[in-house]
Design a protein around this ligand. Structure first.
Ligand SMILES: NC(=O)c1ccc[n+]([C@@H]2O[C@H](COP(=O)([O-])OP(=O)(O)OC[C@H]3O[C@@H](n4cnc5c(N)ncnc54)[C@H](O)[C@@H]3O)[C@@H](O)[C@H]2O)c1
Length: 428
């Protein structure tokens, strides 16, 4: 099929590459000309495993091209909207980019004959699809579809090629037929439903995952006081098939471009409708305070942070991505600087972005240089390079043998054998 994808960020670019790999003829469109130029040169503007190679492959095969205006989408039968829906000041989803893209689509398809699906992949509040359908009602042959995205940054391409489920919300048989045809080569469970249900499935999924994380983090605070081990608790819980092991790890909390803004947007929608989502409010509160709670624990163990040299390992919001939106590192660094600590930091791909926000931090390109002379090391993001450490070398380089494992992944027994004082999150 002829497919267009508006917005070539984390979701749009991955979607475009994945659909091209599935054999469709795809054009990616973005208002950011610099991004488009880079993409035309087969360079991915984001770090995502496997993405740049696949991008080059489908461009070479003539199945993917890029354009900076929506005119490039004239021939498309299916057009995806994958623009950002960031958090507005009041917590709601800012839909300006979405409406602007829809306006472009209206102008493009207004007079053109031919059945088409316009598919919203951006995460949008319930009712948005209906409003966009209204905005596009002049395009009589356009069918408006909601098809939320569930990919995870760090494994975006693989998730897009092999989705856990394909949720499609629409109100016409033609729309479902076009989506069936589009995803004919993709295996996965289908949920065919209304647009409103599809929209809420996305928010509810993210809110529930965020809830599991905050639940474990709050429990970790109790565990730290009780002298129990949250990792053992988590394993014991996760073996129950009704609970399952995923998203039960205690740490510094969630970040990224989705959970923080999507939980805020869901709360805002509920508020507008006069419904209290008390659990979700607390989920956000636990997440907001988790970095401060951990920094305080570090302060207590180091007997103050003023002029202490702290090595921060990992900066992106999770491993295998360069995305620092709402990354925990930003909050952790902010707290340490406020307390007067001196910071060094390492990340394989996200250091430049953080350096623009915190120029007072010393950024290194190597874990060991980051550790040199440090009074303590804090693991913030569990990149391989930050986990697979030569502990004898690290011990020799550090001024004091203090390890703070903000992700509970360092080998506690082993590092203790090397003479380190190890403190995880809620681990005995
Ligand atoms: N990032 C994720 O992991 C993820 C996962 C699932 C869903 N989502 C949702 O997908 C949507 C996109 O997220 P993202 O992380 O890819 O955003 P992003 O900020 O990385 O990319 C958005 C892109 O859209 C472009 N854009 C904005 N307005 C445009 C317009 N009018 N025409 C053409 N291009 C335009 C921007 O230049 C940018 O390149 C959001 O709603 C997000 O919540 C994101």
């Amino acid at each position: 099929m002829n497919v267009a994808v508006i917005g070539t960020g984390y979701v749009g670019l991955t979607t475009a590459v994945s659909l091209a790999l599935h054999g469709h003829q795809v054009v990616g469109i973005d208002v950011d000309r610099e991004k488009v130029t880079r993409l035309q040169q087969k360079k991915s503007p984001i770090y995502e495993p496997g993405l740049e190679d696949a991008l080059g492959q489908v461009i070479d095969q003539g199945r993917l091209r890029f354009d900076h205006t929506v005119n490039g989408a004239a021939e498309a039968t299916v057009l995806f909207i994958c623009v950002g829906t960031p958090e507005a000041d009041d917590g709601s989803a800012d839909l300006r980019f979405l409406h602007a893209a829809a306006e472009d689509v209206r102008n493009l398809y207004g007079q053109k004959p031919g059945k088409r699906a316009v598919v919203i992949k951006s995460t949008v509040p319930v009712g948005t699809g209906d409003r966009i359908a209204e905005q596009l009602k002049a395009c009589t042959e356009v069918h408006l579809v909601s098809n939320p995205e569930f990919l995870r940054e760090g494994s975006a391409l693989s998730d897009s090629l092999h989705p856990s489920r394909i949720v499609v919300g629409a109100d016409s048989p033609e729309a479902f037929e076009m989506m069936d045809q589009l995803y004919a080569n993709v295996s996965g469970h289908w949920v065919k439903t209304t647009r409103a249900n599809a929209e809420l499935i996305k928010y509810a999924s993210n809110a529930f995952l965020a809830t599991r994380i905050s639940f474990m983090n709050e429990l970790a605070r109790l565990s730290a006081v009780l002298g129990t081990d949250i990792d053992v608790i988590s394993r014991g819980m996760g073996l129950d098939s009704r609970i399952g092991p995923e998203f039960l790890r205690a740490g510094l909390g969630y970040g990224g471009s989705c959970f923080p803004k999507d939980t805020a947007a869901l709360l805002q929608v509920a508020k507008e409708k006069g419904v209290d989502l008390n659990i979700l409010q607390q989920v956000r509160e636990v997440n907001r305070t988790q970095p401060a709670w951990y920094v305080q624990l570090i302060r207590d163990k180091l007997q103050g942070l003023r002029e202490k040299r702290i090595a921060i390992l990992g900066l992106s919001f999770k491993p295998e991505t360069d995305d620092i939106r709402e990354a925990r590192s930003l909050s952790v660094i902010g707290h340490f600087l406020q307390e007067g600590a001196f910071l060094s930091a390492f990340d394989p791909v996200a250091a430049d972005a953080v350096a623009r926000l915190y120029p007072q931090v010393r950024f290194e390109t190597d874990v060991y240089e980051t550790l040199r002379g440090a009074d303590a090391a804090v693991l913030v993001t569990e990149w391989k390079a930050c986990i697979q450490i030569d502990w004898s070398k690290a011990k020799a380089l550090m001024a004091r043998p203090m390890l703070f494992d903000g992700r509970n992944v360092w080998p506690a027994d082993l590092v203790r054998q090397h003479g380190f004082v190890y403190t995880g999150v809620g681990r005995s």
